[in-house]
Design a protein around this ligand. Sequence first.
Ligand SMILES: NC(=O)c1ccc[n+]([C@@H]2O[C@H](COP(=O)([O-])OP(=O)(O)OC[C@H]3O[C@@H](n4cnc5c(N)ncnc54)[C@H](OP(=O)(O)O)[C@@H]3O)[C@@H](O)[C@H]2O)c1
Length: 298
Amino acid sequence: MACDFLVTGCRGRLGRDLVASFSADHSVRGVDLEEFDIRDRERTLEVIRKVGPGIVLHAAAYTDVDGCEGNRELAMGANADGAENVALACREVGARMVYYSTDYVFDGEADRPYTEGDQTDPQTVYGQSKLAGERAVKNVLDDYVILRIAWLYGRHGRNFVKTVIKLGFQQRHDLHGGREIAPLKVVDDQFGNPCWTMDIARQTRTVLSGQLTGLFHATSEGETSWYGFTQAIFAALDIDVVVEACTSDEFPRPAPRPRRSTMTNQRLNEAGLNVMPDWKTSLETFLHEHGKELVHEL
Ligand SMILES: NC(=O)c1ccc[n+]([C@@H]2O[C@H](COP(=O)([O-])OP(=O)(O)OC[C@H]3O[C@@H](n4cnc5c(N)ncnc54)[C@H](OP(=O)(O)O)[C@@H]3O)[C@@H](O)[C@H]2O)c1
């Protein structure tokens, strides 16, 4: 039976909030790896033909940035070929497609926020695979939307906000137990735009209602470092945690992280359709609405 929206990656961080948001006033079908693997072209075509969606919100991806670094084949398979397969299926059934891309398509060396017109130069396999996915979608479809998003957090799945809250409470537990506490060290030399998944869902709705097509940056306003983000999390929860700024050299990772991958929503602003709030306001709203549940689940 035909439905308004098909959400791929529906059990992921973003996918779950997309389903929640769009289900309020549309028929929505969610699919994930359990149903089919987007690397399988025939199966992807078969499922999308059967579901017959008007719009596909493509949130499925292999998102383990360090994992991608050691597994280029899987990264390109899921993020580039998978996106192409979904785009081909959209073309066949006449569906619009929204593809979620990333700030990691940039090298992070610019001294100002990136706009949609800036040169891409991904430094990681993940970034390369997502950029290849963007190109595949553009090659196959005329009616597509690419939203470049970044630093996701939200109610579902593992994310930085949850990790930091857990570590903060561990430190307080040690303090109350009379044990020596170690400051929570967080890198202060990588900058970006933290984004709440619900804001991305709202921005997606706005873009689609405006009938826009093409590539758009869609991140929260303003930038911060992981250290600044951490401080804002504890301030919003009103808990005292000893946090210490450090450099990326102290936390070497298999995939190099961009130094400053901050983006600006130039094209959404020009269209008058930028509804992304300031990152700190959003974080405060998220923690006001969900902070207690997150702490309860520790
Ligand atoms: N997370 C971020 O900070 C961030 C930043 C910028 C852009 N993005 C982009 O935003 C989108 C959503 O990200 P997210 O963080 O919500 O991702 P996520 O939580 O990792 O969810 C992705 C979902 O896709 C599924 N999946 C992986 N490979 C698949 C395949 N071959 N076939 C079908 N399903 C597959 C995953 O299943 P398994 O979990 O079983 O593997 C998972 O349920 C992605 O396109 C991502 O590249 C994310």
